[in-house]
Design a protein around this ligand. Sequence first.
Ligand SMILES: [Zn+2]
Length: 121
Amino acid sequence: MGKRKSSSRKPMGPKRADPLPTTFTCLFCNHEKSVTVKLDRRAGVGQLDCRICGQKFQCAVNYLSAAVDVYGEWVDAAEAVAKQDAGDGHGNAAKAYGARRPLEGKNTIDEHEESEQHDDY
Ligand SMILES: [Zn+2]
């Protein structure tokens, strides 16, 4: 029961200009560092995915966004869904917000069927 003096000792050594974290704990499977965030600032899209459970998320990012912001969005989204689902009994949060909107347009198929055989021999 000896309380040591080293309250917060990090095994990481001296603090350097380490890169911003891009791996996080998964909200769904709770694996540490299983979630990888990718930022595509040019496209304005941030994505993350869990390599353990395959959870995916996308959100808009801006020039100032960091990986942790995408993660934060994900947390918010997951919480929002969890709340919605809470009233619904045993919902699968993962499914709900992974749903995509169908692509719009192209609801008329105006391709000619293969009845276009000219026989101008
Ligand atoms: Zn996971």
